[in-house]
Design a protein around this ligand. Structure first.
Ligand SMILES: [Zn+2]
Length: 150
């Protein structure tokens, strides 16, 4: 079951980010990577925002990360959200991708239990047949002693 109601609009791919969404549908998280300065960047652009090189490619990342910040939505900002319980919108700092952060949701944590710094891992939310969005789930960190991890 999708995290947000079925009436929520699906992402509309552009020429720049279409490979990102195509990879998502294959349950792979890929991020733009500059072949000149070897830095990751997001959202996808035709040139590196750091060094302006157009020698850019895509690299798959693990999908683990931490909650950089978040908010909890209580108001229906879209008609499909009317009557829907509160939901979080999280900014996730990805591991192994420099300072790249994805705006997403953490699907298995109640609003009052969201925490900055929470370890998370990607979860593929199939919003319609063959269309997957990268959302996140709480991640157990080995040796952390976390008792409340799922
Ligand atoms: Zn660069």
């Amino acid at each position: 079951m999708a995290y947000l109601p079925a009436g929520m609009p699906a992402p509309q791919a552009t020429r720049e980010d279409a490979p990102f969404w195509t990879a998502c549908n294959e349950q792979r998280l890929v991020i733009r990577h500059c072949n000149a300065c070897h830095r990751f960047f997001h959202p996808p652009m035709p040139a590196c925002p750091r060094c302006a090189s157009t020698d850019v490619g895509w690299q798959e990342v693990s999908g683990t990360g931490t909650v950089f910040t978040y908010t909890v939505g209580y108001h229906a900002t879209h008609s499909a959200l009317k009557g829907h319980p509160p939901y979080n919108v999280a900014v996730v700092l990805l591991d192994g991708a420099d300072d790249v952060r994805l705006v997403s949701n953490v699907v298995d944590v109640a609003p009052q239990d969201m925490k900055i710094g929470m370890p998370v891992t990607v979860f593929w939310d199939e919003i319609s047949e063959g269309v997957n969005l990268p959302r996140f789930k709480k991640r157990l960190v080995q040796g952390s002693g976390a008792k409340d991890a799922a």
